[in-house]
Design a protein around this ligand. Sequence first.
Ligand SMILES: Cc1cc2nc3c(=O)[nH]c(=O)nc-3n(C[C@H](O)[C@H](O)[C@H](O)COP(=O)(O)OP(=O)(O)OC[C@H]3O[C@@H](n4cnc5c(N)ncnc54)[C@H](O)[C@@H]3O)c2cc1C
Length: 234
Amino acid sequence: MAPETRTVSLVASTVECDGIATFSFTRPDGYRFAAGQYQNLTLETREGPQTKSFSHCDAPGDEHSRVLTRLTGSAFKDALLALRPGDAVQTSGPFGRLTVPEGARKAAFLVGGVGLSPAASIVRDAVLRRSGLECLVFNGNNDETCVPLREDFAGYAAEPTVGVVDVIWKPSESWKGESGVITADVVRRHCDPNDGWHWFVSGPPAMVTPMRAVLQELGVSATAASFEEFGGYR
Ligand SMILES: Cc1cc2nc3c(=O)[nH]c(=O)nc-3n(C[C@H](O)[C@H](O)[C@H](O)COP(=O)(O)OP(=O)(O)OC[C@H]3O[C@@H](n4cnc5c(N)ncnc54)[C@H](O)[C@@H]3O)c2cc1C
């Protein structure tokens, strides 16, 4: 049975940095999802109604749904940005299988940019529920001045069960963390990749394809990894 379409309204929008923004929406009664899943949003745009998929970056226990996206100047993104609190949006879902497998105790993520969303949902859910899931997030971004959801992740990283490794493509001279892109060597410096981790990769195809290769190089088996491509991004 197809998930029902519901009307929700914008609660707040925040442009974080470098054309990256978050949007939060009311949660309809009876909407249930698992951390890591996505929803479809339908908006009236200058090109007519359009529907696009967005991963939750909120946890099931949150009051509101939240999505993280890149403002590209497309008709859809401009319509999203033009929404004011209280404006109505159609949503359907949840969809997707990028969720923590039954029995998994350790979750590691190779993500970056807006591909961080499912990791944010899964880590947040583990922290809020104190589920004991150990989480390690490799988060790749262009420069350290624009790391989406930075404050949220600073809070999660204060938990003993959560580790965050920022990997900055073009860091400033004062940057002391990992630089360049996420590689097998970067991963090995922070964990034994085959020590019980379930690996998650999500984001635009340009991110998912090289991260598949990293996991292959690390010898991670197909059953220990889950992937989700944000189709629609080049
Ligand atoms: C399962 C799933 C989950 C997803 N989750 C997310 C998510 O959490 N967050 C998210 O942002 N997206 C997510 N997506 C992708 C999303 O549905 C859109 O396809 C995506 O955001 C691009 O939409 P758009 O309107 O910006 O680009 P479109 O107008 O559809 O354009 C397609 C391409 O052109 C580029 N483009 C368009 N206009 C411009 C411009 N003016 N300047 C530069 N580039 C431009 C876009 O970046 C994109 O690469 C997900 C997709 C799937 C399938």
